[in-house]
Design a protein. Structure first.
Length: 105
């Protein structure tokens, strides 16, 4: 009966999956709560969709997709900051503009 609960722990990928799940379960609510307090609830969605062009381009070029996703996410965050600093556009509008631009690419 207990073998059903213990058996998955014999595999390394299961131990890794549990460890990563615990790490994500601790970090994501903290970051999400911070973004809600800062009135930047759309920011996480923008970054998630800004990563998509990096994934596809890195796959097409044959390089590591994690690197492409990271670079594209950083470019998305930088684009929001640049729009905010160079114009009088509010942060919500800058995020919406970045969201639609990166998603369309």
């Amino acid at each position: 009966m207990l073998n059903f609960l213990i058996e998955p722990w014999q595999y390394k990928f299961m131990r890794n999956a549990i460890a990563i799940g615990i790490l994500v379960g601790i970090l994501c609510p903290v970051v999400g709560s911070y973004l809600i307090v800062q009135r930047m609830a759309l920011y996480g969605d923008v970054i998630a969709h800004a990563v998509l062009p990096g994934l596809s381009l890195s796959f097409f070029l044959g390089i590591d997709i994690a690197s492409g996703a990271f670079i594209s996410g950083i470019l998305g965050a930088g684009t929001i900051s640049w729009i905010r600093s160079q114009s009088r556009v509010k942060v919500d509008a800058a995020m919406a503009l970045t969201f639609s631009s990166f998603f369309s690419v």
